[in-house]
Design a binder for this molecule. Structure first.
Ligand code: DQA
Length: 151
């Protein structure tokens, strides 16, 4: 009997469309397309159907999260970029969801400028992965898949 694939959404915020070109000494040389296609390959054997969204606009990300509210979403992996440190609107939108949420950052935000040490999401996320570059997205996917299978 075929099992229904579980839906997980991957959201990337401002400037993450420039991965590969953007400060490669901090964020690496892998592009967002490469990250997403690697994740897609990993997802199917885990019984997961991934959806990808990137925007440079806070409101567009909030609107997208509102769409998730009416779907049967099993998890969200989000790298909010700079919105991590500023966005109450993003925090409030994520609070609408009852599924596991993993906050991810390529860089270790706690080793960087002090304004990056504060995350508006850290205390509402299920967990946080940071400092492992593009590999962190795969860690987040494994973690969320594990959480879903346990529940
Ligand atoms: C980031 C860290 C943020 O501080 C920064 O604004 C980003 C990327 C990361 O993935 O390391 O845009 O979220």
């Amino acid at each position: 009997m075929s099992q229904e694939l579980k839906k997980i959404k991957i959201i990337n915020g401002p400037n993450l469309n420039m991965l590969g070109k953007r400060e490669p000494e901090i964020y690496g040389s892998v592009t967002l397309d490469q990250i997403n296609s690697d994740l897609d390959k990993k997802a199917k054997p885990l019984g997961i159907d991934l959806g990808f969204f990137q925007s440079n606009h806070e409101g567009a990300i909030v609107d997208k999260i509102h769409e998730f509210f009416n779907e049967n979403i099993k998890g969200v992996i989000i790298n909010p970029g700079a919105l991590t440190h500023t966005s109450v609107a993003l925090r409030d939108a994520l609070l609408l969801l009852s599924c596991p949420i993993v906050e991810i950052h390529l860089s270790n935000i706690y080793k960087r400028e002090s304004f990056r040490h504060k995350s508006m999401l850290a205390d509402i996320a299920t967990g946080q992965v940071c400092g492992f570059g593009h590999y962190g997205y795969q860690m987040a996917l494994n973690a969320i898949a594990n959480r879903i299978n346990e529940s």
